[in-house]
Write a protein that binds this ligand. Sequence first.
Ligand code: COA
Length: 258
Amino acid sequence: MSYTNLTYEIDNRINIISINRPNNLNALNIQTFSELDHAVKSSVANPDVRLIIITGSGDKAFVAGADIKEFVNFSMEEAYELSESGHKILSETIESCPKPIIAAINGYALGGGLEIALACHIRIASENSKMGLPEVSLGVIPGYGGTQRLPQLIGKGRALDMILTGKMIDADDALSFGLINYKTPQDQLMTFAKDLAKKILSNSSNAIKNAIKSVNANFQQDVNGFEVEINEFSKCFETKEFIEGTSAFLNKRKPDFN
Ligand code: COA
């Protein structure tokens, strides 16, 4: 499928999805969200892809939020649908993705943009990035999981400070809060992201899938994360990758999981 609002490339088992509406600072309209959903799902189905990087086109924005111009006249019912479908994509397609997803934040990550990044497994931000959930300044609240995932990552006090003030924080504060994992100069962001991706790709993709599922279980209601871990741990045994990883260790060589 060709995308109108995304660019999609596969390079060395890494799929780079770039949200591409630079005239609107990559604001997330419904079509873009649905293309993102489709692009991630097609990468999951593609055996040539083992990791996904989501970024924004241009040098100014990752995603400057949901498209305000699109939702400005929505009714309550339309808003409910918008939020519900966004939640489904972020929870089921991105957060639960069995292949790791890195957010490479290259500028403004606001509102829905930050919420996409929060659903990714790892976040890297360039030094010029600004992150925030400014929805209350528009008379609305975060609607794509921001009120839930931001406190999970940075704690309730800091999350409420960011959500109630609507302020933007810079990459230094985001790093110190644990909102991002790494900060890089802007011109090194994608190189850094690809290097990190290569490090992850040197490990067992089966074990990575089971690890993502187990960590996510900690945040699901009515799911016992410890039990999920026991199951996912035991499922690794007798797999080809477990045999390769353990025999490589015992034979003092590097494992080959390709
Ligand atoms: N939805 C729709 N359009 C958006 C947008 C959004 N979330 N964010 C930016 N844009 C558009 C602007 O309307 C503008 O389009 P125009 O040239 O047709 O007027 C274009 O992107 C450039 O934005 P501009 O505001 O001129 O850039 P700036 O550098 O002066 O400011 C921001 C950058 C990010 C501070 C500012 O655009 C902003 O506050 N955006 C909204 C952020 C937000 O509230 N997000 C949460 C939405 S729920």
